[in-house]
Design a protein around this ligand. Structure first.
Ligand code: FES
Length: 67
C-alpha cells in the first residue's frame, strides 16, 4: 500500500538522488525547474528524468499554483 510519505520519498532523478518531495518543497518555495535544478542537480546528469519532472511541475502549477 502506498501512502503520502512513500510518494514523497520516491526518487525522481536517480543521478542526483532527488525525491519527489524535495522537488515539491522547492516548488513551494517559489523555484522554477531551473532553480530546482541548480539547487539539487536534477537534469544535470543523464537527462532521463527531464520529461517526468517537467510533467510533475506542470501538474503542480495546475493543481497547486504558486501563491
Ligand atoms: S535521472 Fe536526472 S539527470 Fe539522470
Amino acid at each position: 500500500m502506498t501512502n503520502e510519505n512513500d510518494v514523497a520519498d520516491e526518487i525522481m532523478c536517480s543521478c542526483s538522488g532527488t525525491t519527489r518531495g524535495k522537488i515539491y518543497d522547492l516548488y513551494k518555495q517559489g523555484l522554477d525547474i531551473d532553480g530546482i535544478s541548480q539547487r539539487t542537480g536534477i537534469k544535470t546528469g543523464c537527462g532521463g528524468c527531464e520529461w517526468d519532472i517537467e510533467e510533475f511541475v506542470k501538474a503542480l502549477k495546475e493543481i497547486d499554483p504558486p501563491s
